[in-house]
Design a protein. Structure first.
Length: 550
């Protein structure tokens, strides 16, 4: 396949960039009074304003042409049809089937996967209801009060993010925790002071072969048995989510306590599957289905809308423009919602594990920069930390602002019709994107009577691009739409760069080396080391340190 940079639309974008590159957002807005409403799109209850990007009509035209040239429509259709688009792993990519309605069958190898999905959703719902109602009794006859999800990567980040994001809708007498790190501190702190008789572990691992998860699951099992003194207790206190029935059975989890998913669900795309069991226990099946409906609404929009009006496609194309033409290497995600505090971490895996790649699907070099480095924190906290760099640093950092029309915890006095604290939060969001785009010129600074020596310090050059996403309220539906929006934006970027967004070979080497090193550390005979001189010396130093008493 041809590298994207050889396509005529790419060449067109390069020439176009040479013309528009020096144009300030101030000029673009001055030239078009309608700009702030022209470059917007609504879908699935979300509103995207992308007018504060360094683009004009020609940019959008070239980007849409590029998407057509790269076969975006065809790739979308192939994904929804269940074709094997993850070619390096020979898998279909069907997270959209996880939120498809019953009665819209999708046949894969003679099986209706949508019917399969709904059968598992029903099992999850029945189990969740039992836990929520206190009807599921633990080994000592007590109801479950603590749920600990053990998993890592996609088996942790999605559910942990969703639990935080939808905490407002959660059943508050159930306490949920997430253990991912193989650092024993994670499990020790999560279980500290808990009664094992009231604690349920959900062991989430698509492969059921991930060392961190299995190690934590074994430790959790040992912790439970230290209190419950009976192997039979495992059946009441452990459930699994996996594609690997054999391995879960070997762990001691009976088939009826195993919630399946399928190889066509990628780990980082799995929060709508049984990997979301903890989410469903927290918020209940009805809210979980609302989340799926939000995802589905965005899926349908992505599948149907023309590129120029397609929210995820536009966001993905803008990411390509910012990365490859404006030279931005990172992307800040700034939710003005405390509940979305884990959203940037979730997006890191979604974006960087999907598109952090240097070769195309056929193995040839991509030939341009790929995934931006994603990072962020909720506003307004970030404003008092790293926003200095966003406004006056030497690097260009495109920002996604996310805000809502209503907060979920109004702070006004009874009878106040307006949530002043939420207004203040949103005022900050609007102020930040305005300041980034328009800045403050030296003459504006001087007009304020600022001492000449300080003028350079007080200038904001502006011209820093951002998107703003608004929704009415952070509901399960809105979260679902937001997640699907980013999933499909990442998909779009992958299509443009010609890469397989659904494999993750880049994590393998570290895993193999860690296993080899773990064997060396476990051997108390301190075997000879054959790494490089730095790694050898570090391992030797570690061996010495662990001999010393703390
Ligand atoms: O190491 C990367 C990865 O394979 C992720 O893609 C995945 O989400 C995570 O590990 C966990 O995998 P599993 O669910 O199979 O334990």
């Amino acid at each position: 396949m041809n590298a994207v940079s050889t396509r005529s639309a790419w060449q067109g974008l390069m020439t176009h960039h040479a013309h528009i590159g020096g144009t300030h957002l101030r000029e673009l807005f001055a030239a078009d009074p309608e700009r702030g409403t022209r470059w917007t799109v609504s879908a699935a209850g979300l509103y995207l304003d992308y007018s504060k990007n360094r683009i004009d009509g020609e940019t959008v035209g070239f980007l849409a042409e590029l998407a057509r040239d790269c076969g975006l429509h065809e790739r979308i259709a192939a994904m929804f049809r269940g074709e094997v688009i993850n070619t390096t792993e020979q898998r279909a990519v069907l997270q959209t089937a996880l939120r498809a309605p019953l009665g819209a069958p999708l046949w894969l190898h003679g099986v209706d996967v949508v019917a399969q999905v709904h059968a598992v959703l029903d099992r999850m719902a029945a189990f969740s209801e039992q836990i929520r109602a206190g009807a599921w009794r633990g080994h000592t006859g007590q109801p479950i009060r603590h749920v600990i999800n053990i998993g890592i990567g996609g088996s942790d980040l999605g559910p942990a993010m969703a639990y935080e994001a939808l905490n407002h809708f959660s059943q508050r007498d159930l306490d949920l925790k997430f253990v991912s790190n193989v650092d024993g501190t994670a499990l020790a702190e999560a279980t500290r002071g808990l009664d094992a008789g009231q604690t349920l572990f959900i062991v989430c691992s698509k492969s059921f072969g991930t060392l961190e998860t299995l190690t934590n699951a074994q430790a959790a099992r040992a912790w439970s048995l230290r209190q419950l003194h009976d192997e039979a207790a495992v059946a009441r206190h452990f459930v699994a989510v996996s594609t690997n029935a054999e391995a879960t059975a070997a762990f001691g989890i009976a088939p009826e306590q195993m919630f399946p998913l399928w190889d066509w669900v990628g780990g980082r795309y799995s929060m709508a599957s049984a990997i979301g069991l903890s989410t469903m226990i927290a918020i209940g099946p009805a809210h979980f289905r609302d989340m799926l409906a939000g995802m589905r609404a965005m899926d349908e929009h992505f599948r149907e809308a023309p590129i120029e009006h397609n929210m995820p496609a536009l966001m993905g194309l803008l990411a390509v423009w910012n990365t490859d033409f404006l030279g931005a290497s990172t992307q800040a995600v700034l939710p003005y919602a405390q509940y979305l505090s884990r959203f940037p971490a979730y997006l890191q895996q979604l974006t960087m594990e999907s598109n952090g790649k240097h070769v195309m699907r056929d193995g040839r070099p991509v030939g341009c920069d790929t995934s931006p480095i994603v990072w962020g924190e909720p506003g307004t906290n970030g404003q008092h930390s790293f926003y200095q760099l966003l406004h006056q640093g030497t690097r260009l950092v495109p920002c996604d602002f996310i805000g809502f029309g209503h907060g979920l915890n109004p702070m006004g006095t009874d009878g106040d019709r307006v949530d002043r604290q939420h207004d203040l939060l949103m005022a900050n969001l609007f102020a930040q994107s305005e300041a980034l785009a328009f800045g403050k010129t030296a003459s504006e600074v001087r007009a304020e009577g600022v001492d000449e020596a300080l003028v350079p310090h007080r200038v904001f050059e502006g011209n820093r691009p951002s998107n703003t996403i608004l929704a009415r309220q952070l509901t399960p539906h809105a979260l679902g739409a937001l997640v699907a929006l980013y999933e499909h934006s990442v998909f779009t970027q992958g299509v443009i760069w010609g890469i397989d967004s659904f494999d993750q070979w880049g994590v393998e080497l570290g895993k193999v080396l860690a296993e080899r090193t773990a064997a060396e550390l476990a051997d108390t005979g301190n075997p000879a080391l054959y790494h490089d001189s730095s790694t050898n010396a570090l391992i030797q130093r570690y061996r010495q340190l662990r001999e010393e008493r703390p």
